[in-house]
Design a protein. Structure first.
Length: 330
């Protein structure tokens, strides 16, 4: 074979491999179904969106997505993604559990993942978080920052998951100040409670009126009203899920970061790499699944002593020297 022939053969082989790689990339088509509140809620859904976007940037592979605006849409959206050939479909939020259970049985060859709920099927990965551990840390921060000895909590929909946030927050605050007073309000009992910033603001203001000077919002888009109310009153707020410190620098004490972005990113990545596994993943501080946010937006509000105590508490939780109560396991 001549040198020219060898070169031509090599070029043809390289072209074939390149096209094969492109075909593989194009054939893999992950999907995510966002829940009520929308993918730009600056909190829970947006964290999921950021994870999907990170995968797209890193891999060059586009993903399909759908934003649920009515409860009846969940099942159909999941089914449509599976029908269109998505190899992995991620449902955001506990409310999608029954829909995923049904659709996953219809499409046993499709991989599904759900955030914040457990669905026991051979083609479903359930990703849950130890929100109580992260909430314990921001509860500590609230108690250390409070000058009145009174702090608040505004939850979204009154469900055990949000009670889990609230209990961890309470235990963290009392770890610092056993006599601290904690006001708690839930926004509602229906999914609309996740997307009512006006009501969130009203609840926060009522807590400020009672003497609270730090309020933690665990309420999806409703929490945006809490953060705004704190800004308006010159009080402190604590964000949730995504790092919300940037929204109101100077009045955002910190955010309880819940790595929904990592959960979505790894679901897509592991499915593409062929290492995805069904079962339950439970992410806490030890797995960097939850934590508290420190950045340029709240640096001036977190003293060296506060940071030291929070860092030590994180280590103590990992080492089981501090045991935070899981409301949902009581």
């Amino acid at each position: 074979m001549t040198t020219a022939s060898k070169l031509t053969l090599a070029l043809l082989l390289l072209t074939a491999l390149t096209l094969a790689g492109l075909a593989t990339a194009q054939e893999f088509s992950p999907a995510v179904v966002f829940d009520m509140g929308g993918k730009f809620d600056k909190s829970f859904n947006e964290a999921a969106y950021n994870g999907a976007e990170r995968f797209k940037k890193d891999s060059g592979i586009a993903y399909r997505d759908f934003e649920v605006t009515a409860e009846a849409q969940r099942e159909q959206a999941l089914r449509n993604m599976a029908r269109r050939g998505s190899q992995i479909v991620v449902g955001i939020g506990f409310a999608q559990a029954s829909s995923i259970e049904k659709v996953a049985k219809e499409f046993p060859q499709t991989k599904f993942a759900i955030i914040d709920a457990v669905v026991d099927l051979p083609n479903v990965q359930s990703i849950v978080f130890k929100e109580h551990e992260g909430s314990f840390l921001v509860g500590m921060a609230a108690a250390m920052a409070s000058k009145s000895g009174k702090i608040g909590f505004v939850g979204g929909m009154d469900i055990p998951l949000i009670r889990k946030f609230a209990l961890g927050y309470e235990e963290g605050a009392k770890y610092i100040n056993p006599k601290i007073e904690i006001f708690q309000n839930m926004t509602g009992t229906t999914p609309a409670a996740w997307n009512d910033p006006t009501r969130g603001g009203e609840l926060a203001r009522s807590q400020f009126d009672r003497g609270a000077d730090v309020v933690y919002a665990a309420a999806g888009a409703t929490g945006l009203g809490v953060l705004q109310a704190a800004k308006d009153r010159g009080k402190l707020a604590i964000g949730v899920d995504s790092n919300q410190n940037y929204l109101y620098p100077g009045t955002m004490l910190t955010s309880m970061v819940k790595r929904v972005d990592l959960a979505v990113y790894e679901s897509f990545k592991f499915a593409r790499e062929g290492v995805w596994q069904a079962g339950v993943r439970n992410l806490g501080v030890a797995e960097d699944g939850v934590g508290w946010a420190l950045d340029q937006y709240n640096r001036s509000l977190i003293t060296a002593d506060m940071e030291l105590k929070l860092t030590q508490a994180r280590s103590d939780i990992i080492a089981r020297r501090i045991k935070v109560t899981d409301y949902m396991a009581k």
